[in-house]
Design a protein around this ligand. Structure first.
Ligand code: FAD
Length: 300
């Protein structure tokens, strides 16, 4: 069977931000073998999951990428669960809940893939990936396939060693706690209720938190205090209920979002001498001005 490949692929609709132009070539592997085959041919190819943490340039991307969205197998044995990188967090948390396994309740509320969530140690409602992960099978461009233990993945707040080593997560294994399924479901419902009041739904296209929280503070609080809620650039505006979210009101471009992020970062630096670090990722290589804005945002 050959790997699904799409040329000049319009990616906008697959992103939660509903922003992004054409991608030169997109691979859609269906299983680990296909993903490894792609990675062995192109060690540095960017790999994405559900594009819920990535801003893609409106001008698109001249090159190849992988989307893991068709790799969605889950294997549950007693209190251990293995998930391929493309499995969506909400699906995994529902599947383990049915088996009376607790530890992934936080995944119900946001649209990441397991690969993306391991990559950035995603978390919410007091839980995060690092809490229950046992190991992850990864492709390392220098040494090939290797199973990394939790310690070797060096999880920290919204990061892991994956970015530093250029690791692609292929599969992750979690060890969970046996509990009454109704209690687990109750916690998942509570998480969803909390989210409804504090975060925009996907009916308002967005990419989750824009900036990471600085140590000992909250990006939302800092942004609110510098008047972020009144800021708009083109079709991109700061969400009125929480300043660490940018909403695409329909026709926002990536340039609008990057310009708005730069303005927000500048105001916080100017007032508090704190440099907010972007939480979202950016993919684009065709627009020089955007690349400059992205570089500026990532200056330490
Ligand atoms: C409404 C909304 C709410 C959100 N709430 C939260 C929240 O509460 N907590 C939270 O942590 N995040 C939240 N997010 C952000 C996002 O869902 C998470 O960061 C998630 O982990 C991203 O997964 P993804 O598959 O969509 O990543 P993508 O956007 O596809 O990729 C993001 C990064 O992960 C890398 N990556 C993806 N797959 C792999 C892989 N297999 N191997 C190696 N690297 C990979 C990509 O290269 C990229 O650098 C929210 C997003 C939205 C839209």
């Amino acid at each position: 069977m050959s790997i699904r490949v799409e040329k000049d692929f319009e990616i906008r609709k697959l992103t939660t931000f509903k922003i992004g132009g054409k991608i030169g070539l997109v691979y859609f592997p269906k299983n680990s073998h296909e993903l490894i085959e792609i990675l062995e041919k192109n060690h540095r190819i960017p790999v994405f999951g559900n594009l819920s943490d990535t801003l893609i340039s409106t001008d698109g991307y001249d090159g190849e990428i992988v989307l893991t969205s068709e790799m969605d197998e889950i294997e549950i044995a007693e209190n251990r669960v293995k998930a391929l990188c493309g499995v969506k967090g909400p699906k995994l948390s529902q599947e383990v809940q049915k088996k009376g396994l607790s530890g992934l309740e936080f995944m119900i509320g946001f649209p990441g893939s397991i690969g993306g969530e391991v990559f950035m140690n995603a978390g919410a409602n007091g839980q995060c990936v690092a809490d229950n992960l046992v190991n992850a099978l990864c492709y390392n461009p220098k040494i090939g396939l290797k199973t990394y233990t939790k310690d070797e993945l060096e999880f920290e707040y919204r990061t892991s060693v994956c970015a530093k080593l250029g690791l692609t997560v292929i599969e992750a294994e979690f060890e969970l706690e046996e509990k009454d399924p109704d209690r687990i479901k109750f916690q998942m419902d509570e998480n969803l209720k909390f989210r409804k009041n504090h975060q925009p739904s996907l009916a308002l296209p967005n990419c989750g938190s824009i900036f990471k929280n600085p140590i000992g503070d909250s990006a939302g609080r800092l942004l609110e205090s510098i008047g972020a809620k009144s800021l708009t650039v083109g079709g991109a505006h700061v969400w009125r209920n929480h300043s660490n979210f940018i909403i695409n009101s329909g026709n926002a471009t990536s340039f609008d979002v990057l310009t708005l992020m730069n303005e927000l970062q500048f105001r916080v630096k100017d007032t508090y001498n704190i440099i907010l670090e972007p939480e979202l990722k950016f993919l684009g290589n065709k627009n020089k001005k955007e690349n400059e804005l992205w570089q500026k945002l990532n200056q330490k």
